[in-house]
Ligand binder design. Structure first.
Ligand code: ATP
Ligand code: MG
Length: 495
């Protein structure tokens, strides 16, 4: 951290949406050469603050000063011109363009005028290379991993000369290893004197990386602290939620697992899953670990009939089943919480209550019972640390709250098999504990559970057994006593 003049000063910024005060007179100061973390529970206003700063949304009142000048960005391209860049959680690349085209495009947008394509391309290649981009630069970016796409976004930001880089939950869908690569990069950008503001729910990483931390709670500023003022993660949690929250700890369950509920044999799919066999017993939590892109999501998508299966068979409670579509999977008693809430799980214009009760809406005399629907939803969401109006459209909830709605939906079904894909991605610390408790409760009730997770402490803390995947195959199975971070990383990364 430096003693320079602030690069960015946000003064008394306020922003309301109908019925919600998302930000109330929030201040934030960022310096060049500083990594500044923005923390808060789901719905605290973090994304709104960053979007308002970047010109995606307009503030109701307040001021933004950047490099000594009062600014108000009416759209993101204005912010880009001024030297700010934002890496959104939903990446904003042009999916059918290559990495190089995306970088060049960003720069041309920022400059306008005559383009020397050859020179532009060479510079783009160079800057991608410098960032450690090791994938192909000549294929559409949609075929790259999230981590690689992020690098393209950062390269694009640097190509337009960004001095302040804003990242909203950049590590949410990265593995530990990919996150570490990103951190090394952020540290380099810091050393070059750039300012970095980023949002994360992963407190260990905040502790390791940040120079200062700003915490929001319910749209108001709790405070800004330097790294030196924070002793440990517990301090951060207290600032965020105003109370203590327990870390994940392994719980010995009263009974061992029961009979086999789900059996997969030799499953292969068009999406690269190759000859995977897996068995899950009653009351058991099986963790599915591996790097992003190892085929974990594809395996469960094959199982539930979301991807085309090219071989293999599935048994449920000893009976051979044919699952040709996600609807078949629901009928067969499989509850599936997808990884990508926005696109696979939610009807954005519908209310939280309708979304949460989508599978089995409560009925009275054959008609939809709206009151029961609202009450059920409210109860579940309160349990998940989200006190929201169940009638609110889901598309307007914060990222983490949307996730809780999808989770609430499945907790009410009578399924025997629960498949969670990254169940706590993007949810705040308080809710994370609640979700873990709920998953454990389901296991106690005798459900068979498969949990895909890139969060190693979560996999280690929650699983009775860990199955590791690599390149579409199952490469290791670790029993409870064999589960360790080293073992998982070793199998996930070995080549
Ligand atoms: N476009 C919108 N319309 C209406 N309300 C909104 C809109 N965007 C955000 N909100 C509301 O503003 C509040 C703050 O949301 P925001 O997305 O900033 O939270 P967040 O801190 O980023 O949370 P998360 O950690 O879950 O991403 C929430 O109550 C949310 O429902
Ligand atoms: Mg957010």
């Amino acid at each position: 951290m430096t003693t320079d003049r602030p690069m960015l000063e946000i003064k008394k910024l306020s922003k309301s949406f109908p019925g919600v005060r998302a930000l109330h007179e929030v201040d934030l100061t960022a310096y060049p050469g500083e990594i500044h973390a923005l923390l808060g529970e789901n719905g605290a206003g973090k994304s709104t603050l960053l979007k308002t700063l970047f010109g995606v949304q307009q503030p109701d009142s307040g001021e933004v000063w950047f490099e000594g000048e009062r600014r108000s960005f009416s759209q993101p391209s204005d912010a880009l011109h001024a030297g700010l860049a934002m890496v959104h959680q939903e990446l904003s690349l042009v999916p059918q363009f290559t990495a190089v085209q995306n970088v060049v495009l960003g720069r041309e947008k920022a400059r306008a005028g005559f383009i020397d394509w050859r020179e532009a391309r060479e510079r783009a290649e160079k800057s991608l290379g410098r960032l450690g981009f090791d994938a192909r630069m000549d294929i559409p970016v949609r075929r790259l991993s999230v981590a690689q796409q992020q690098l393209v976004e950062i390269a694009r930001a640097l190509a337009v000369g960004a001095r302040l880089i804003i990242l909203d939950e950049p590590t949410a869908s990265l593995t530990t290893q990919e996150s570490e690569q990103l951190f090394a990069l952020l540290e380099r950008l810091r050393a070059e004197g750039r300012g970095i503001i980023y949002v994360s729910h992963r407190l260990a990483e905040v502790m390791a990386l940040s120079d200062r931390v700003t915490v929001l709670r319910d749209g108001t500023l709790v405070g800004t602290r330097t790294r030196a003022e924070i002793k440990n993660e517990t301090d951060l949690v207290k600032l965020m939620v105003g109370r203590n929250v327990d870390a994940i700890s392994r719980v010995e369950r009263s009974e061992g697992p029961g009979e086999e509920i789900l059996r997969i044999e030799g499953l292969s799919s068009a999406e690269g899953v190759a000859d995977c066999s897996l068995s899950v017993r009653r009351g058991e939590i099986v963790g599915l670990a591996g790097m992003v892109g190892a085929g974990r999501t594809e395996l469960v998508r094959g199982l539930i009939g979301a991807d085309r299966v090219t071989g293999g068979a599935v048994w449920i409670r000893g009976e051979r089943v044919h699952i040709g579509s996600p609807a078949d999977a629901v009928k067969a008693g499989i509850a599936f919480l997808p990884e990508d809430r926005k696109h696979q799980g939610l009807v954005l214009h519908m209310s939280a209550a309708s979304n949460a009760t989508l599978i089995k809406p409560p009925r009275r005399r054959g008609l939809l019972d709206r009151r029961a629907q609202r009450e059920q939803t409210r109860a579940l969401l309160t349990q998940l640390n989200a006190d929201i109006d169940p009638g609110y459209p889901v598309g307007k909830l914060s990222g983490g709250t949307q996730q809780k709605v999808v989770l609430a939906r499945w907790l009410k079904t009578a399924s025997d098999i629960f498949i969670f894909d990254e169940p706590t991605r993007g949810v705040d610390v308080g809710a994370k504990g609640e979700i873990h408790a709920l998953i454990r409760e389901l296991a106690e009730e005798g459900k068979a559970i498969v949990m895909v997770s890139s969060d190693l402490p979560e996999v280690i803390g929650m699983s009775d057994r860990v199955v590791v995947m690599r390149r579409g195959r199952i490469v290791a199975e670790l029993s409870r006593s064999q589960i360790s971070e080293e073992a998982i990383v070793h199998h996930a990364a070995a080549s």
